[in-house]
Ligand binder design. Structure first.
Ligand SMILES: [Zn+2]
Ligand SMILES: [Zn+2]
Length: 260
């Protein structure tokens, strides 16, 4: 099996208008999975509950799969907050996914990419963001991939030395992630749009130190033009860190595949 992009969005996500049909020609003979947003009380949309219409999503995929030989898989990106944990679980009841991403996007007041977050010092945000992430990985054992581990820091200029100041906390996050078989994602947007590739050099090693062996790369595409963006660079980075295999999920079951 070939590695395939495990992080992308279509119009089933609140912030994308893309359609499956535009991704499909790019995926040739590979599986294609979209990971649609689930963000309750989303500060970006005036504290709306943003979720995919699952019935419509599953039906459209089933229909397309008649033409595309079952190559299209179902996925979700869960935006976790401790306050939304029950609503998230209620939403997931009776729904099935091939891959479940676990993300921390907000702190209950602001999304970490809203400028209001800069009212906090970097030190405060580091402490808050990784405390929230620890809650997420501790609570949400059924997820498969821990996404964009530096999302909360994107508005700041962050050095590896800054991250090292919270290393004990971050190591705790990764140890819990490893315990729960959560893969570590290299996120194309984080690394090449927001310039945080250097933080991934550090994150990969710390996740390995925590015992982690499961890695994924994801484009986080919201338009088809970003499908598999910078995959060559991310595979090369993994190679420099001695990572020879990546993990893919189908029916939430992991399969190791050779690094392309
Ligand atoms: Zn995200
Ligand atoms: Zn995403």
């Amino acid at each position: 099996m070939k590695y395939y992009d495990q992080h992308m969005h279509t119009y089933y996500s609140y912030d994308s208008e893309e359609h499956f049909e535009n991704y499909l020609p790019l995926a040739d003979d590979k599986f294609l999975v979209t990971t649609e947003h689930l963000d309750f009380h989303n500060p970006y949309t005036g504290y709306q509950d943003d979720s995919a219409d699952y019935e419509a999503y599953a039906a459209e995929i089933a229909k397309l799969n008649e033409t595309y030989n079952g190559r299209i898989l179902k996925g979700i990106e869960i935006g976790y907050t401790p306050g939304d944990r029950n609503e998230i679980r209620d939403y997931l009841k009776g729904k099935t996914y091939d891959v479940m991403l676990l993300s921390v996007h907000q702190n209950g007041k602001y999304d970490f990419m809203q400028k209001e977050i800069l009212e906090q010092t970097l030190e405060e945000t580091l402490e808050e963001y990784y405390s929230l992430m620890l809650a997420a990985v501790t609570d949400f054992k059924e997820a498969n991939i821990l996404t964009h581990f530096e999302y909360g820091l994107r508005l700041y200029d962050v050095t590896v030395a800054d991250l090292e100041k919270v290393e004990p906390l971050l190591l705790q996050v990764f140890k819990k992630a490893v315990e729960n078989n959560l893969a570590f994602e290299l996120n194309s947007k984080s690394m090449f749009k927001y310039g945080n590739a250097h933080l991934y050099e550090y994150g990969i090693e710390l996740y390995k130190e925590a015992g982690g062996t499961l890695f994924t790369v994801g484009s986080d595409a919201h338009v088809a033009a970003d499908y598999e963006a910078h995959f060559v660079d991310m595979f090369a980075m993994l190679g420099r860190h001695g990572v020879e295999e990546l993990v893919v999920f189908k029916n939430q079951q992991p399969t190791m595949v050779k690094r392309p």
